[in-house]
Design a protein around this ligand. Structure first.
Ligand SMILES: Cc1ncc(C[n+]2csc(CCOP(=O)(O)OP(=O)(O)O)c2C)c(N)n1
Length: 303
């Protein structure tokens, strides 16, 4: 498959191939650095590819373009997924991924906007990104700019209080130009905290926590879209929808059902892959899976 050129509109087959390539970058980059997160970047990959290759108005060669859409990876521990997509989109060369997490690298374990052009915010301490995004959305209105601000959160992150302070006030500011995207993979660092308070260290995603998110956002006056976060048709439709309503007064949350570790058989739904590097043998197994021609005839990633 030819690499889509910046500014082109890759179709769904091309987006799927890009997501596979992005997943391969994630597993290989973290294996190479010896540290980093895997499960969250893999669950977010399809959403990131759709944002950077189809939905967002951006100019990778002009990262400070004032009218660019803003993106905040509030679940900053998934940085390697964002870097993989930014590299494929042309912000920097894919070879720079091999510097990930080194002390002098622009690609820190958590995103550092003072080092890497193209990042709109530094993140890592969970819970803060949505408040910053609301500030950007209000700023856009005051400066009469029509850019849209997208903030990606984890569902574990959604337990943070600052998220709900922002959810509370955003409709009051008429922030229709703000979209929260929750990567709802039903797992956090070790599994999930169960309703009875017992921490479940294992591989059970929890529908309880996810189910409450719709009601909570709606109670504060947000528009809620629920989608399959691995279905590009649904992702693109939701992102078109928020663009169409960007001039309105109601912020939107996209609750994207995802699978932690998505795309590699032995990482899917496994909480131990939250943050651990693959061994050389595991990285090779992942490469074989992601590059294998599929049964339905479409191709795996061309390297
Ligand atoms: C304020 C804060 N507390 C704790 C952490 C450590 N931490 C990093 S990732 C993570 C789990 C996050 O779970 P979730 O938001 O569901 O992310 P995902 O499953 O998408 O990786 C935690 C607790 C942190 N980065 N910031």
């Amino acid at each position: 498959m030819a690499e889509p050129q910046p500014g082109s509109q890759p179709d769904i087959d091309e987006l799927e191939a890009l997501a596979k390539r992005g997943r391969l970058h994630v597993i290989e980059t973290v294996a190479h650095s010896g540290a980093g997160h895997v499960g969250g970047p893999l669950s977010a990959m399809d959403l990131l590819v759709a944002l950077y290759f189809r939905a967002m108005r951006i100019r990778p060669d002009q990262p400070d373009w004032p009218e660019r859409d803003r993106f905040i990876l509030s679940k900053g521990h998934s940085s390697v997924g964002l870097y993989a997509v930014m590299a494929m989109r042309g912000y920097f060369g894919v070879e720079e991924l091999s510097t990930f997490d080194a002390g002098d690298s622009r690609l820190q374990g958590h995103p550092d906007m003072l080092r890497l052009p193209g990042l709109d915010t530094s993140t890592g301490s969970l819970g803060q990104g949505l408040a910053i995004g609301l500030g950007m959305a209000i700023g856009a209105r005051r400066r009469k700019l029509d850019f849209h601000t997208f903030v990606m959160l984890g569902d574990g992150e959604a337990q943070e209080g600052q998220v709900w302070e922002t959810v509370h006030v955003a409709p009051r500011y008429g922030a229709g130009n703000l979209t929260a995207i929750v990567d709802r993979n039903g797992m956090q660092q070790y599994g999930w905290l169960l309703p009875d308070g017992e921490e479940h260290r294992g591989n059970r995603g929890d529908p309880w926590a996810g189910a409450n998110l719709r009601g909570a956002f709606e109670a504060f006056g947000w528009r809620v879209l629920e989608i399959d976060g691995h279905d590009f048709g649904q992702i693109l439709a939701a992102l078109d929808d928020v663009r169409a309503t960007s001039g309105g007064d109601t912020p939107t949350v996209i609750l994207a059902r995802t699978v932690k570790g998505r795309g590699i058989s032995f990482t899917e739904g496994r909480s131990e892959w939250h943050a651990r590097p693959a061994t050389a043998a595991e990285a090779e197994a992942a490469r074989l899976e992601l590059t294998a021609p599929e049964v339905n005839g479409s191709n795996g990633v061309e390297l």
